[in-house]
Ligand binder design. Sequence first.
Ligand SMILES: Cc1cc2nc3c(=O)[nH]c(=O)nc-3n(C[C@H](O)[C@H](O)[C@H](O)COP(=O)(O)O)c2cc1C
Length: 347
Amino acid sequence: MPDLYPLARKILFSLDAEAAHHATLAMMKTADAFGVLGQITGLDAGSDPVESREIEVMGLTFPNRVGLAAGMDKKGEAISAFGHLGFGHVEVGTVTPLWQAGNEKPRLFRLKEHEAIINRMGFNNPGVPAMMQNIAQSKKGFSGVLGINIGKNKDTPNEDFIDDYLKCLEGVYEAADYVTANLSSPNTKGLRDLQSESTCRELILRLQEKREELKSALDGKHVPLVIKIAPDLADDAVKSLAAVFSETGIDGVITTNTTIERGAVQGHEHAEEAGGLSGAPLTEKATGILALLRSEMDDTIAIIGSGGVMTAADARAKFDAGASLVQVYTGLVYHGAALVREIAAMK
Ligand SMILES: Cc1cc2nc3c(=O)[nH]c(=O)nc-3n(C[C@H](O)[C@H](O)[C@H](O)COP(=O)(O)O)c2cc1C
């Protein structure tokens, strides 16, 4: 099957970035609904080109080591479609307790020369109840692992933020295979402050307490908890967080979200746009944080590598640095599903 993505990319890149995103999701959902997406990508039963790459992480069986990073399927509307692109896990969200519009447009920028994106979406999402309805539909036909990424509403004062995370955990628990608490979006004021040692400890302990309640109410269903951190943390802050992760026994950590640094893209027309930078300029920085965190924690805590996975070699570097799984966002925009399949085939 020829890779049609370079052609599709030409068309998509001629559109405004957010319009292209919606067009892609709509096309994928339609192709999936007609049952042809798996055929196009060659991943349907009987034609699976990838021999089993199952891996056990956080007590869950992942079909392969590559997942979709949060923020691409914010509404949880295209889970099975992303599964048919080859992703072994799909992380939907970030979802907040209540619907919110997110920031004003434009809020998404391509930096093509750098294979990068700057976004300041600001958690535009349908809220937990609507997201749960979407998931019930779009999960049909998906055989991978579903992660649900949770956050706080913009208008919730920081002193009440834990309530938002607890409400989200309660609302998504039944549908999720794992839940990620996002403490690292640069686009919600004050969110990254939640990465301070004491605040993060309190959040994890309260989430774990809530999980025990939900577990008893739901026939013992155990949902691993994951924390997603920023790449803009000083080494000492990463070490303090590693101590909190070890002490609380969190199940996993995603390193990393987008960066607020702009050094690598200086001079680009969009370089000074506010928001988080993702893609190639983030690769090394994110892998560096991953390696540092890995050296500070024992192997019982899983690390999921996110940030600038643009090639299979980037994924390999994250596995070598101690990641059990990797996630892709910007790499999918620039290289299409061929990248996903290449990583899915990796041991
Ligand atoms: C447009 C866009 C929206 C994003 N939205 C979210 C989000 O809602 N929650 C989250 O945890 N991460 C979000 N991210 C961060 C990605 O999940 C990922 O961690 C980051 O982009 C680094 O990976 P990449 O270089 O492969 O893109 C978003 C990224 C982009 C580009």
